[in-house]
Write a protein of this length. Structure first.
Length: 367
């Protein structure tokens, strides 16, 4: 089989699918990219058995029909090293793919496409259509709170829930929780609750840019698939039950602190410099109209910040991990934030003033 394709037309889909391919894998074929040519379309597929990415590009010869696999990283590096828009002549023989570009020639070993696994054979139960920016926002607002390699495997991902014309994403690592919600026009007849694994979430953030275009989300019992004009992304779901986030939401908080987000963020950024590098604890002392923040470390060094806040109530002393607080403040795009407290031993509720679609919960620390 022999065909010609512009270098950019091959590189673009190759970059898209490369994120799903593991460079070191116990199955050698999973380091390869599946290449399928049929009906004038070049299709590239990458998978690690957990996520799968398919991207396509058009070719001039509609009569070609073949399938093969080649090492993904080597093919990607070759394409990146060649000049922009250079034509590539690709010839597929028995056990090799020969790529010619000008006076350059490369020969890559191939493996049979029949051995390549796929995630195609499944049925979806629910279909949603969301704007790219809206879906990306749901993910961005909550992904930082996911656990990483936790023994509670169901925390190593993000919960996606659809109920009563609302889509919610929820993440927690057991120390903090992030919740984002979005109203939709059409809701499935049944309640949907799935857990997308961490790698799937990070790939979604890599793949989906800001934009008003719509994407299609297909949800099955074990998979989720995102269909875009440029790619099809499929991920297995985590087989587990996500914790009931409603039970950990602080209730009946009666101590409210409102402050400018940028002022708070800058103060916490400065104080964290001298916090304990292991525990990252900072102490908050609240009094009428004032928040005093302090941090200490084992070297007996100390940082202090005092800022004006809107608080009227009894004095209150609390301890928190400063990194968790900063994660929330970095993700809230607003002028003012509200902290709601019950007492020194209860979790803090953090929200953007004037918004109800974002909610964050941070557990306290003993200092």
């Amino acid at each position: 089989m022999n065909f010609t394709i512009n270098r950019d037309d091959l590189l673009r889909p190759l970059v898209l699918v490369s994120g799903a391919i593991e460079r070191k894998h116990t199955l050698p074929i999973l380091s390869n990219v599946l290449i399928v040519v049929a009906n004038g379309v070049l299709s590239l597929t990458g998978t690690d058995l957990e996520v799968e990415l398919v991207a396509t590009s058009n070719i001039a010869d509609a009569s070609l029909n073949f399938r093969t696999t080649v090492p993904a990283k080597k093919l990607l590096d070759i394409c990146k090293s060649l000049p922009d828009s250079v034509p590539l002549n690709i010839k597929v023989e028995a056990d090799s793919m020969i790529i010619k570009a000008g006076k350059s020639r490369f020969s890559l070993s191939t493996l049979s496409a029949d051995e390549y696994p796929n995630l195609d054979d499944w049925n979806f139960d629910v279909t949603l259509q969301l704007q790219k920016s809206a879906f990306r926002g749901l993910i961005e607002n909550t992904h930082f709170a996911m656990a990483n390699q936790d023994v509670r495997y169901y925390l190593n991902g993000m919960s996606l829930e659809v109920e009563n014309n609302i889509v919610r994403t929820v993440s927690t690592d057991g120390h903090r929780l992030a919740l984002s919600s979005l109203g939709i026009d059409v809701s499935p007849t049944e309640h949907v609750s799935i857990i997308i694994p961490r790698k799937g979430i990070m790939e979604i953030l890599r793949l989906i840019p800001e934009g008003e275009e719509m994407i299609t989300i297909n949800i099955g019992s074990n998979h989720i698939r995102i269909v875009d004009n440029d790619f099809n992304f499929t991920s297995k779901l985590v087989d587990g039950r996500f914790p009931d986030y409603r039970r950990v939401m602080p209730r009946n908080g009666d101590k409210f602190v409102i402050a400018r987000r940028d002022v708070l963020k800058d103060a916490f950024m400065r104080v964290q410099i001298l916090s304990n590098e292991r525990f990252r604890g900072v102490r908050l002392n609240l009094s009428n109209g004032e928040l005093h923040i302090t941090a200490n470390n084992p070297e007996q060094e100390q940082a202090e910040e005092t800022i004006d806040v809107n608080y009227q109530g009894d004095p209150l002393e609390l301890g928190f991990n400063v990194s968790y607080i900063l994660d929330v403040l970095n993700n809230l795009k607003c002028e003012e934030v509200q902290f709601t407290f019950i007492d020194a031993t209860s979790s803090a509720l953090i929200e953007a003033v004037g918004r109800t679609d974002l909610t964050y919960v941070v557990m306290p620390m003993r200092l």
